[in-house]
Every structure is written in C-alpha cells, then in structure tokens.
Write a protein that binds this ligand. Structure first.
Ligand code: ARG
Length: 459
C-alpha cells in the first residue's frame, strides 16, 4: 500500500532513497506564498463557475491563511514524503479543513501549478534584480560625475591606446547594466502568461474561467496552448541568459578593479570593509569582492547551461526532468543579487588615485593619434600622418623622451610637415577634451551623459 496522495493504484510503498531523491521540497518550499496565491485564485474561480460551493471556498481560503501563517511562523514541517511544496500545502490544508481541502485540486494538476508558481516567484525576483541593477547604475553615475575630468589611460589589447576620462569608463558599465535591465524586463513581459487551467496537459473537462485566474494573479493573459503552458521553460532560459550576460558584465568590471588595485597600476583603492588580508603576508590587502564576483559568473553561466541541457530534446508535455529547473535559477538569482548588492555597497567607497591615473595616461605615447590628427588638419593625408608619427614614436623610444619633448630639429628631421606647435600642443587634457561629440570621452560629454542618466534613473 502507498500512503501518497496519488497512491490509489500502487501496491507497494516508495523506496526510501527514491523518496528523498524524488523530493523537491528543499528547493521549491520557497515558493510557498506563490503556491498559496495560486490556490486562492483557483478556488475563487472554481466557486465563481459553480464548481465549488461557497461554503467550501470559505473553508479553503481560511485554511490557506492558516497554512501561510504556520509557514511564516516557522511552525510548518515540510515532509519529503509529500514530494514538493504543492502536495505539502494541500495535505496540510486537508488536515485542517477536511473534505473541502480535497476538492481544491479539481481541474488542476501539479503541472500547471508548478508552472504558475515558478513564473510568479521569478517575476518578483526579477523585480528585485532590476532594483539592484538600477541602484548600481545610480552609484556609478554619481561616481562618473565626480570623475568627469579625471584622466586615465584607455586600453586596447590591454596596451595603452588613448587617454580617456574615468567618468567615461564608468559610464560604459552604466550602459551595459541598462541593457541588462532591459533584457530582464523583456523576458518578464514575455513570461507573464498564466498556465493555470492547462491541468496535466490537455486542459480540463470542467467549465473553468482561465481569464479570471490569470487576472487574479496579475498575469496579462492565460497561456494559449495547454501543452505549451505546462512544458514551457523558455522563461527560465531567457532569465538565465539575461542573468548570465549581467554576470559577465560584472566579471569584466571586477577584472578591471582587480588590475587597477594592484601595486603595478595603483589607480584605485577599495574600502577596507570590502577587502581581506592574508594569513601569512602581513602587507596584503586583497580585492576579494571583485574576485568573488568575477568567479560567480562561472556559476551563473553554469546555471544557464544546466537548463538548456535539461530542456534539450524533451518531448511534450511535462517531464520530471523539469523539476531540475528551479535549483539552478534560484541559485543563480541569489548569487547575482549578492553580486549586485556588494558592488552597489562597495563602489561609493572607491578611492581613485588621480595622480597615478594621470601619469599613466600620459605614458606609452597615448597622444600619438592626436598628433596624427593634427597633421591631417594641416593637410597631410592620414596614412602619411600615421607614418610620420610612427617614426616620431620610434625616435622618442630611442631617446627615452615623450612626444611633446621633441625638439624642432628632431621633428624637422623626421618630416618637414611635422611642426613644433603640433608636438607641444599634446597633453592628455587636450586629447580628452577634443573628443567632444556624442559618445566621446570629453569631460563635457561625461557631464551631459551623467545628467541624461540621472534623469532616466530618477523615476
Ligand atoms: N515537483 C514538480 C516539479 O518541480 C512538480 C510537478 C510534478 N508533476 C508530476 N506529475 N510529478 O516539477
């Protein structure tokens, strides 16, 4: 004999290890509020359609309130013998209110139930992530405004390229996080359809009102196809893709913070409260938070791979494989939220070493492109200008001097079109100020973008 809610056709009890292996309560118990909300909506609809009596509805709603209070007070014991959050709550409800509790599952299956719960739960968690992203953007815009004039080297291939402003560099991440938020919003809009009423896979023989349950739960509409509704996990794949891209952005930022905090760069210092020391090397202050955030990207992208592989080749409709969907995304969302929180809290304490940044910005012939541009403005074709400046750089390397220290004789010897005023005009400030167009690194543009972002982030 089986003591399960589905045990009627079983002669033998479940193997003890299978019982534990099969259970998902340790993962899905956190969706209890959504499960109860779904049951309230379902029962209300059943009563409205004459499928459930008013007296039963009252018992169910009161009973669900009690179950919810018990869970919130920590008095509820989830049993693995009851497999998942759905059957745990239904069983407790039935213990409290008797037969009315047994009627709740009319015209419903755990297949449409779990799809509904997961969408509801992730809808809220996605809101939480978007709030964190927005906060991080606010922090970055503020920091960028403070550093609109701070000059640092810009890199390509991690080799000095051209001077940029630190504010401009920070605003690059504000753009990335803006796209991340848009991706989450986009996925959230697409997933906001209600599976309830699809029952196991084909719908139900009862005269249900799916529009009503969808509306009661804040969905835009019921899912249009019952087979799709119970077997669709696109929303998990999409949300994890968005989370993965966001975590990749955080990992790139982390990598830069780690490099910048090294003695070799010396561009920034991070607050003590976000760093740790070494148990053997007394001098150490390690950027553990950016390192950990960089590492979390592996885990979050792993969650995306996990759901993609779980869904690959699955026939319609529900398959138990899909129970594996929640653990990965819950873990990924918890960790991404942690990463965003740490960055949002840590970055206001970032100290920039403007002198070190400025010094580095001026070394490595970072003004060479600007010298070529000056030649072009004097009528020299760009390819010739490139060649002339290349020769000048080679000369300066041999002499161990910077471009602006070239003498008139030296420049004339390289090419008569290269004049001393062109060379002497070269400063990192001139370089950044000159890139004064939409999207450019000029301090004026940084201030403009900070203003535009502040307005966008204000609502
Ligand atoms: N615990 C299951 C899950 O997370 C719920 C749906 C189970 N349905 C079933 N017929 N076994 O996917």
């Amino acid at each position: 004999m089986s003591d399960k809610p589905w045990g009627g056709r079983f002669d033998a009890p479940t193997n003890a290890f299978v019982e534990a292996f099969n259970a998902s309560t340790h993962v899905d118990a956190r969706m209890y509020a959504e499960d109860i909300a779904g049951s309230r909506a379902h029962a209300t609809m059943l009563e409205g359609q004459g499928i459930l009596s008013a007296a039963d509805l009252k018992l169910i709603l009161d009973g669900l309130n009690q179950v919810e209070s018990e869970i919130e007070a920590g008095e509820f014991e989830f049993s693995i013998a009851l497999e998942d959050v759905h059957m745990n709550i239904e069983k407790r409800l039935t213990d409290i209110i008797g037969d009315a509790g047994k009627r709740l599952h009319t015209a419903r299956s755990r297949n449409d139930q779990v799809g509904t719960d997961t969408r509801l739960y992730l809808r809220t968690r996605t809101d939480d992530l978007m709030i964190r992203i927005k906060h991080l953007q606010v922090v970055l815009v503020k920091l960028a405004a403070e550093h609109a004039d701070t000059v640092m080297p810009g890199f390509t291939h991690l080799q000095t390229a051209q001077p940029v402003t630190f504010g401009h560099h920070l605003l690059a991440y504000v753009e990335m996080f803006g796209r991340d938020k848009a991706r989450f919003m986009d996925a959230q809009a697409r997933m906001n359809q209600c599976p309830l009423g699809s029952a196991a896979l084909a719908g139900t023989t009862f005269p249900i009102n799916r529009e009503q349950t969808a509306q009661l739960l804040g969905f835009d509409a019921p899912c249009a196809n019952s087979l799709d509704a119970v077997s669709d996990r696109d929303f998990i794949m999409e949300l994890l893709a968005a989370a993965s891209i966001c975590s990749i952005h955080l990992s790139r930022f982390s990598e830069e913070l780690i490099l910048w905090m090294s003695a070799q760069f010396g561009f920034i210092d991070l607050p003590d409260a976000f760093c740790t020391g070494s148990s053997i090397m007394p001098q150490k202050k390690n950027p553990d938070m950016p390192e950990l955030v960089r590492g979390k990207a592996g885990r979050i992208v792993g969650a995306l791979m996990s759901i993609l592989m779980t869904m690959k080749s699955l026939p319609l409709a529900y398959n138990k494989d899909m129970q594996e969907d929640k653990e990965a995304i819950f873990d990924a969302f918890d960790n991404l939220e942690g990463c965003l929180r740490v960055f949002g809290d840590m970055l206001p304490g970032l100290k920039a070493n403007k002198e070190a940044m400025h010094k580095a910005a001026g070394s490595g012939f970072s003004t060479a492109t600007d010298l070529a541009d000056a030649l072009v403005r004097a009528g020299v074709p760009f390819r010739d200008a490139h060649e002339i400046v290349g020769k000048s750089v080679a000369f300066c390397i041999k002499e161990s001097i910077e471009l602006h220290a070239m003498t008139e004789a030296a420049s004339a010897a390289i090419d008569s079109r290269l004049t001393l005023d062109m060379v002497q005009d070269l400063s990192v400030e001139t370089c950044v100020a000159a890139r004064n167009h939409t999207g450019g690194t000029a301090p004026n543009q940084v201030r403009l973008q900070c203003k535009l972002w502040s307005e966008k982030l204000a609502d």
